[in-house]
Design a protein around this ligand. Structure first.
Ligand SMILES: [Fe+2]
Length: 314
C-alpha cells in the first residue's frame, strides 16, 4: 500500500538560536558539519547521506522530517497525487524535493536524486572475544578516545494528536508497514513502530514511530546509527566528559532490540545513538505490544518515566 514506497529517512531539520553552539554539540555527538554558504548548518554521517541534520536560525524547535524516495520518478508520482510541486533541493547533495504537511501540520520533505556523499573512513570494530568464540588472539583492543562515528539516520519518533489519522496519512503515501502496534490497554492502540516496505530487502524494525500524545504535535527523538558497540560507548564517554545532558541509556531496547543511548542537544531535542538493531523484510508481518515494552529494557536503566513511577524499576 502507499502511493510510493520510501526507502529510508534522509534528514531531520531543526531551528535553534545559536548555530555555533549547535555545531559544537553535533561534533561531540559524532556528526560532521558541512560548509555551506546559505546560513544553514548541515551535518553528515560517515555514510552516503549528503546531510542528515540541518539547523536554521530561529526559535528552538523541530522543523521537518526528511524521507528518501527511491527515484525522482517516484517523486513525480507523489507530486501528482498530492497536487504538489517538485522543487530543487538547495542543500548538500542537491536533488529534488516534494514538500507536504502531515495531519499535525508538520513539514515532511520527500527527497530523491541526491548525489551520494563520499564515504568517510570508519575504524573497523575489533572482534569481541566471548566464552564461545575467541576471534581476537594476540591483539590488544585499544580504542581512540573521541566522539562516536555516526553513520546514518535510522529513525524518528513523532508525537501525534490522533494516532490513527497520522498512521493512515503516512502509510497511504509512503508504504510503511507496522512492525509493532503499541497498546495503552488491550485493544486500545496509541502508537506504532513502522518500517519501510522494501520487499525482500531487510530494513530496520522502525524507521518512523508515531505516538499519540497530549503534547502533540511534538518531536520525540531522532536516532542515528553508529559504527558499533565500542563506538557507541566511546561516544557516551565523550559526551559525558563534555558535560552534555544524558537522557536515557545505555541499554538494550525490547522493540527493535537496539543498544541505545539518548542525549539532549543544547535546547532539549533528544538525539539517540544506536547499534545492533533488528532487521525485517516485508513478509515478517506485524505484532501488537504493550506500552511497557516501549519503556522497559532488556538490560540497562528503564525509561525515566518508568523508573520514577510507583513500583517502577530503579
Ligand atoms: Fe529510538
Amino acid at each position: 500500500m502507499g502511493i510510493i514506497k520510501i526507502s529510508d529517512l534522509s534528514h531531520v531539520r531543526f531551528t535553534a538560536p545559536d548555530l555555533q553552539e549547535m555545531r559544537a554539540f553535533l561534533e561531540q555527538f559524532g556528526l560532521t558539519p558541512i560548509p555551506s554558504g546559505d546560513g544553514v548548518l548541515y551535518a553528515r554521517g560517515a555514510g552516503p547521506g549528503p546531510f542528515l541534520h540541518a539547523t536554521a536560525v530561529g526559535e528552538p524547535g523541530f522543523a521537518a522530517l526528511g524521507l528518501r524516495a527511491e527515484t525522482v520518478q517516484d517523486l513525480a508520482v507523489l507530486a501528482r497525487a498530492e497536487h504538489a510541486d517538485i522543487e530543487d533541493l538547495h542543500a548538500p547533495g542537491g536533488g529534488k524535493v516534494v514538500r507536504m504537511r502531515d495531519p499535525d501540520g508538520r513539514l515532511v520533505e520527500v527527497v530523491a536524486g541526491q548525489t551520494p556523499a563520499d564515504l568517510l573512513p570508519l575504524e573497523p570494530e575489533s572482534p569481541h572475544n566471548s566464552a564461545a568464540a575467541r576471534p581476537r588472539i594476540g591483539k590488544p583492543l585499544r580504542l581512540r578516545p573521541g566522539p562516536a562515528s555516526v553513520v546514518r539516520l535510522g529513525h524518528c519518533v513523532l508525537e501525534v494528536a490522533d494516532f490513527r489519522a497520522a498512521e493512515a496519512w503516512y502509510k497511504s503515501r509512503f508504504g510503511f508497514i507496522t512492525s509493532d502496534e503499541i497498546e495503552a490497554a488491550p485493544g486500545l492502540a496509541m502508537g506504532a513502530f513502522l518500517r519501510c516496505d522494501r520487499g525482500d530487502t531487510p530494513t530496520d524494525h522502525h524507521t518512523l514511530a508515531l505516538m499519540q500524545s497530549p503534547r502533540a504535535p511534538s518531536f520525540n527523538h531522532a536516532a542515528f546509527e553508529v559504527a558499533g558497540l565500542d563506538d557507541l560507548m566511546r561516544g557516551h564517554a565523550h559526551l559525558k566528559k563534555a558535560g552534555r545532558q544524558a537522557a536515557w541509556g545505555v541499554g538494550r531496547h525490547i522493540l527493535g532490540s537496539q543498544i541505545f543511548d539518548y542525549w539532549k542537544d543544547p535546547w532539549g531535542h533528544e538525539l539517540e545513538h544506536w547499534t545492533d538493531g533488528d532487521l525485517f523484510v516485508a513478509a515478517d508481518g506485524s505484532n501488537t505490544s504493550p506500552l511497557l515494552d516501549v519503556l522497559d529494557v532488556q538490560w540497562g536503566p528503564a525509561h525515566p518515566m518508568l523508573a520514577g513511577a510507583p513500583g517502577g524499576r530503579p
